[in-house]
Write a protein that binds this ligand. Structure first.
Ligand SMILES: [Zn+2]
Length: 493
């Protein structure tokens, strides 16, 4: 299937600020790099939204018949606390706090990250490289930049010389900043700083004696700067220039700006043709933040164990909610918004359950081919999922009219309607049908009753870990237990 030949896809390129027709470097192939998580804590819902957006983009390219190499890294070293060149390594700090090895921190939160993304039905990337697995490649790039005279060594660390780079390149072109403005707006360098200019950034940092995560290098023991890993891994797996680089909006500066500078300094080439940035998720109209308690983790949404939402929501409902906004728009999560999404999700799934039973006729009152093209037009317009979903509901409206015998449809059109809905809902948007059909309910009812019995026994034995586990896992599957005077009943979402 090479659908892409019939469709012209336009992408909003953060580098030019314009929507551009997507032209891959190699016909039929897409190389895409997305900055992955720093694995020092449970994955945030906001990050989940970013990765979900790029999962949808990955899925649409695949649906169109492109061969996609999707690289998403794991940052397991080099990311310092304040996102710049000072402070402790985020992972080392957590390890010290919990008195465990840094790699135990990495393992724990990588597992959490994968589990959470799997619950949201994200496809694994083609390659998931780690920063610590690419120290040699990072050292090689530093050597190249030093050879070009665009970096300098200071006291065992290596810094990128932004001012010198800017003489022949444009530092700030992605984030729309001017180096001169940045220089005037920054405070004077403190006397202890090793940097020539405050805008310079670390390619390699000397490890102080107490720093656990360290590697040998030509400049002494140390660790790579945070921005460098993405340049090393994207170049290694996708080439010196590749099609798409994505990430959260907050990474545009300094992280992505520095990636461009490093790549241009070492190869002389612009590394990326299309830069894409996903916008943030807010909660009840405010920025999510652990310190203000305006925060919620995915597991807390699925279990209902939180003080923000009135009830639990399944991963599919949350994913459907996320897909109802364009990836470049800010999205606000609230109980009302999730309730509305749940209703919409149920309507969509009901329509899919009904479609098989629709009677077909001699003519169609619904122009299915034109509707199908509108679905593609929405996605081809910079992956406009809200418009796509509006079109899917247009399909639902006709399904319901046909069911009520108010409209007719031919068998051929019914087949196109079915395959198009299935393709967009399940393959492209990555929504799962977590509601159960009536045929399942007899066997399922027996299984749930059995689990309720086991849960009652566990509660009688004060084994609340087991009883909570049964309740929470059932919620994830879309089954809610209700404890009442008459005993425990259940409902299926
Ligand atoms: Zn990155």
């Amino acid at each position: 299937m090479q659908l892409y030949k019939d469709q012209s896809l336009r992408i909003h390129n953060s580098l030019t600020g314009k929507k551009e027709i997507f032209k891959p470097i190699n016909e039929g192939h897409v190389g895409m790099y997305v900055c992955g998580p720093t694995v020092y804590s449970n994955v945030h819902l906001g990050n989940c939204r970013t990765f979900m957006s790029f999962d949808m983009i990955f899925r649409y390219f695949k649906h169109l018949g492109f061969k996609v190499r999707y690289v998403r890294n794991i940052t397991d070293a080099g990311h310092l606390e304040n996102d710049a060149d000072e402070g402790e390594d985020k992972i080392a700090k957590k390890a010290k706090l919990e008195q465990i090895e840094p790699m135990e921190v990495v393992q724990r939160y990588t597992v959490d990250f994968h589990n959470t993304l799997q619950q949201f039905n994200l496809l694994p990337p083609s390659i998931e490289p780690t920063a610590t697995g690419h120290i040699i490649e990072q050292i090689e790039i530093i050597k190249e930049i030093l050879e070009k005279g665009l970096a300098y060594v200071a006291n065992g660390s290596v810094y990128f010389d932004v001012v010198k780079f800017n003489e022949n390149h444009d530092y700030g072109k992605l984030s729309g900043r001017k180096l001169e403005d940045m220089i005037t707006n920054t405070r004077e360098l403190t006397a202890q700083s090793e940097k020539k200019n405050p805008q310079d950034f670390a390619l390699w940092k000397k490890a102080e004696p107490q720093h656990i995560m360290r590697w040998p290098s030509p400049w002494g023991d140390g660790f790579p700067g945070w921005h460098l890993e993405c340049t090393a891994m994207s170049t290694k797996y996708l080439g010196e220039t590749f099609d798409i680089h994505g990430g959260g909006m907050d990474l545009k500066f300094p992280h992505h700006e520095c990636e461009i500078a490093q790549a241009e300094a070492s190869t002389g080439k612009s590394p990326v043709n299309y830069w894409m940035h996903a916008n943030m998720l807010t909660l009840n109209g405010r920025k999510m933040s652990k310190s203000t308690d305006n925060n919620i983790y995915p597991a807390e949404i699925f279990s209902g164990d939180n003080h923000i939402l009135s009830k639990p929501y399944t991963p599919s409902v949350v994913r459907f909610f996320m897909m109802q906004a364009h990836y470049t728009s800010i999205l606000d999560l609230s109980d009302e918004a999730l309730q509305a999404s749940e209703k919409g999700y149920n309507r969509l799934m009901d329509a899919l359950d009904n479609i098989d039973t629709l009677k077909t006729g001699e003519t169609s009152d619904f122009n299915v081919q034109a509707w199908k093209q509108k679905c593609y037009d929405a996605m081809n317009d910079d992956f406009n999922t809200p418009i796509l979903i509006a079109q899917l509901f247009e399909g639902v409206k006709h399904i319901n009219l046909i069911k009520e015998n108010k409209e007719t449809i031919t068998q051929e059109d019914k087949d196109v309607l079915t395959s198009t809905l299935n393709a967009f809902i399940f393959d492209v948007l990555g929504i799962e049908n977590q509601s159960l059909t009536k045929d399942d309910s007899n066997t399922l009812g027996g299984v749930v009753e059995l689990l309720i019995d086991i849960r009652n026994e566990a509660r009688a034995n004060k084994d609340f870990a087991t009883s909570d586990k049964i309740r929470d896992q059932l919620i994830v599957l879309g089954i809610q237990l209700k404890d009442g005077k008459e005993g425990t009943t259940f409902s299926v979402n």
